[in-house]
Design a protein around this ligand. Structure first.
Ligand code: NAD
Length: 507
């Protein structure tokens, strides 16, 4: 396990840090077991309230200085982090794969995403533009500028254990904010590894202590952060259940929350689809990361004319899937995160059957040699109705529901007919169909693709979704604005004081 040594991960790790040093804590121990083979990789000491408060206090004092650094100088720190990540790409990608269970290719891809967002943020550090407006008053100038906000609390999910932190942190740092990260308690070592990687960059550049805090822990630590008025923005990625709790707590104190929650993503496969594209998009989308991406394809809405033929293609493609150790690049599908996730998968299959679902590819839990962790399951496909309760719900596992449509209006209604609104896609060579899908009367999701599946977004676009997905946007485009406070400035350079709206007030 050389990658653990490279990342400075031990059997017992401290889990609370101000960025430059690790703090002592009497918090519970989080044990990290690999879903790949069930091995205990290490333990991490979670934050107790005193350690949490110490990190927040350090972050407050760091912010007072960090916000005065010119944004391009902050960008230079992020550039160096990007260089460091390039050096640690293999080790960190391997840890992501081993601790979370996604394929090594996807683990490495996740670290590549971190590197990409660093590059994006470096450019952004010279482009935090406001607008200039024309004043209605003579001799006046009006403009707006963006200032740093303060502490950004980051709560992340297990399935992207490092990338989500980087999407938030790199942008927040160039914007002049300081961050405190609570990684998922299911992947705590990824949090420790990232902190180890960036510490040296912060040290050698004399970055004030407290710019990048880490508070390992469970839900209670996330709850402290949500309720804390010292944290103006809480960026939370995870289930809709968690998002509703965070939104209520942050809303109660009129703080700002950025929510990236569950999806229930569909691909519409038109009668005029390129079938090769459709099959690859559907199968990769449904089984990649063992169905544990927020953008995983959960539903296929297939035109009735090609329905039967497409079913055969699907059965054939699923029969070729290799399930096993994700560090072995020959395997397509790795394990689920833990045995609770396996139970949810089994329950969902039973519920689907009870509601009348017909499995054309059967599921099941794998046992025996190579599957000792108990977390490996068979990707499966069921004919189902969109109205089934189980189809309306996001089960974080490789279960794909398929259904038929006649008209494009009907397909779009099915696609939109779920509580979530993250990612959507249509496979078609028909321009009219594609444009209808992208129109105001088309997909209601934050992401709508043509001839690409639902999963695998690039960092250049704003990422996020509508409805129960939470409405937040992260990563590219102008997502940076949520990390800053906007200020409108009006300057009078005359010796008179004309009032707005022509109001007279003579003394
Ligand atoms: P989860 O909701 O169980 O946990 C996510 C994080 O929230 C963890 O760090 C957890 O400790 C914390 N948490 C849980 N309850 C909390 C509370 N009441 N207050 C504060 N913090 C709390 O989710 P998970 O199982 O780790 O991840 C899977 C879910 O995440 C799926 O629903 C998936 O779709 C979603 N997800 C969404 C996106 C996106 O960008 N939209 C990306 C990745 C994952």
């Amino acid at each position: 396990m050389d990658f653990l040594k490279t990342l400075n991960i031990n059997a017992h790790n401290k889990g609370v840090s101000t960025g430059l040093q690790w703090l002592k804590t009497k918090g519970e121990k989080l044990s990290s077991f690999s879903p790949v083979d069930g091995t205990l990789i290490g333990t991490v000491a979670a934050a107790d309230r005193a350690a949490y408060d110490a990190v927040v206090e350090k972050a407050q004092s760091a912010f007072a200085e960090w916000r005065t650094w010119p944004a391009p100088k902050r960008g230079e720190i992020v550039r160096q982090i990007g260089m460091e990540l390039r050096q640690y790409k293999t080790a960190l990608g391997t840890l992501v794969s081993y601790e979370m269970g996604k394929s090594l290719q996807e683990g490495l891809g996740e670290v590549q995403e971190m590197i990409d967002i660093c590059d994006f943020a470096v450019g952004l550090s010279r482009q935090l533009h406001g607008l200039t407006m024309h004043s209605e008053r003579p001799g006046h100038r009006m403009y707006e500028q963006y200032h740093p906000l303060g502490i950004v609390g980051i709560i992340s999910a297990f399935n992207f254990p490092v990338a989500v932190w980087s999407w938030n942190s790199m942008l927040a740092w160039v914007c002049g904010d300081v961050t405190i990260w609570k990684p998922s308690e299911k992947t705590p070592l990824c949090g420790v590894a990232c902190q180890n990687i960036i510490q040296s960059v912060f040290k050698r550049n004399n970055v004030p202590e407290g710019v990048c805090g880490l508070i390992s822990g469970g839900r209670n630590v996330g709850e402290w952060m949500s309720a804390d008025t010292r944290v103006p923005l809480v960026s939370a990625t995870g289930s809709t259940r968690m998002g509703k709790a965070v939104a209520a707590t942050v809303g109660e104190r009129l703080g700002r929350s950025l929510l990236e929650l569950g999806g229930n993503n569909a691909i519409i496969i038109s009668a005029e689809a390129d079938i090769n594209i459709a099959i690859t998009a559907a199968v990769f989308g449904a089984v990649g990361t063992a169905g544990q991406r927020c953008t995983t394809t959960r539903r296929l809405i297939i035109h009735e004319k090609i329905y039967n033929k497409f079913k055969e293609h699907l059965i054939n493609a699923y029969s070729q899937l290799k399930i096993g150790n994700p560090l072995n690049e020959k395997n397509h599908v790795g394990p689920l995160i833990d045995t609770d996730a396996v139970k949810n998968y089994v329950d969902a299959i039973e519920k689907c059957k009870a509601e009348g679902g017909n499995f054309i590819v059967e599921g099941g839990v794998l046992k025996g040699k190579n599957y000792q962790s108990g977390c490996y399951v068979k990707p499966c496909v069921a004919e189902a109705k969109n109205s089934f309760e189980i189809v309306q719900h996001e089960t974080f596992a490789p279960i794909l529901y398929i259904m038929k449509y006649k008209t494009m209006d009907e397909a779009i209604a099915l696609q939109n007919g779920v509580p979530q609104g993250l990612s959507s896609s249509i496979i078609t060579n028909n321009l009219r169909e594609a444009e209808q899908f992208l129109s105001a009367a088309g997909s209601d999701c934050g992401i709508a693709n043509v001839n690409i599946g639902t999963s695998g977004a690039e960092i250049g676009g704003a990422f996020g979704g509508e409805k129960e997905t939470g409405g937040g946007r992260e990563s590219g485009s102008d997502a940076w604005k949520v990390y800053m406070r906007r200020q409108t400035n009006t300057i009078n350079y005359t010796d008179k004081l004309p009032l707005a709206q022509g109001i007279k007030f003579d003394l």
